[in-house]
Design a protein around this ligand. Structure first.
Ligand code: ADP
Ligand code: ADP
Length: 228
């Protein structure tokens, strides 16, 4: 029932900043998990561990009960997709179509299958008519949608969204929430970070409340919000 398990993860950035201090989190499979906490509380650093981009300095990561070896950690991106907070960190291809096709191509899908996935992902995120546009000419909202399309085209088991609503207006936030609902209905495991308590409360079904490199509270609505 837990798809990812981060056990006692400690992480210090090269400049000496402690970002995670013995972090212990489990992600329920097929559920909507929220990491709620202020800027700098370690949410992004946690996500980078959950998709294998950062190697734990201390502690262990388990995916589907398997302790990740070095090789398995490097391949975790195939199972755990991440939508970065800042779309500019994620998008690097020349045009939208190429950007979205990078993931499925790298996963080894045929050209035909890649095309099908890219077209579906572009339709779901409403960027189909932008497919020939250079990525760097897109607006903030369009970039965000393309970064979500990247992950949809890969069709990963787990989708991490780091502060996905930060640069979005209410209309685009509602669109994003619809896309996430469809993914949830398909059985995907979703994990979202935010500092917005209302969004967390209305969207999530399992919660980690982060404060200063640590988890302050965890659990269901009842466990976390009834204490307020
Ligand atoms: P959040 O996502 O909750 O805003 P982060 O994981 O980004 O938190 O940051 C946790 C801590 O690590 C903060 O003190 C932040 O300043 C620091 N930090 C994040 N990225 C870096 C980096 N690349 N180099 C140095 N310190 C960093
Ligand atoms: P290993 O050395 O374990 O085989 P690598 O990190 O060298 O793994 O990656 C293997 C392939 O996966 C490379 O073609 C690389 O471009 C691709 N790849 C790595 N990380 C990502 C990612 N986040 N998204 C898409 N493709 C990736």
């Amino acid at each position: 029932q837990w798809i990812l398990h981060l056990k006692d993860i400690t992480y210090t950035y090269p400049d000496g900043t402690l970002a995670l201090d013995k972090l212990h989190v489990k992600i329920p499979k097929g559920k909507k998990t929220v990491f709620l906490g202020p800027n700098g509380s370690g949410k992004s650093t946690t996500f980078l561990h959950m998709n294998g981009l950062l190697k734990p300095q201390k502690g262990e990561i388990y995916y589907e009960g398997q302790n990740l070896s070095h090789k398995a950690r490097k391949n975790l991106w195939k199972k755990v997709g991440i939508v970065f907070q800042d779309a500019d960190t994620q998008l690097f291809s020349t045009n939208v179509y190429q950007e979205i096709s990078f993931g499925p191509k790298n996963l080894g899908f045929s050209n035909e299958e890649t095309k099908k996935r890219v077209e579906e992902a572009m339709k779901a995120t409403n960027v189909f008519n932008l497919q020939h546009k250079p990525v760097h000419f897109l607006s903030g909202g369009e970039k965000k949608r393309v970064s979500i399309a990247d992950i949809l085209a890969m069709d990963t088991e787990v989708v991490l969204l780091d502060e996905p609503t930060m640069s979005l207006d209410p209309k685009h936030t509602a669109e994003l929430m619809e896309i996430l609902e469809k993914l949830h209905q398909k059985g995907k495991t979703l994990v979202l970070s935010t500092h917005d308590v209302n969004l967390a409360y209305s969207w999530g079904d399992y919660f980690y409340i982060m404060k200063k490199e640590r988890v302050l509270l965890e659990g269901t609505h009842e466990d976390v919000f009834s204490q307020r």
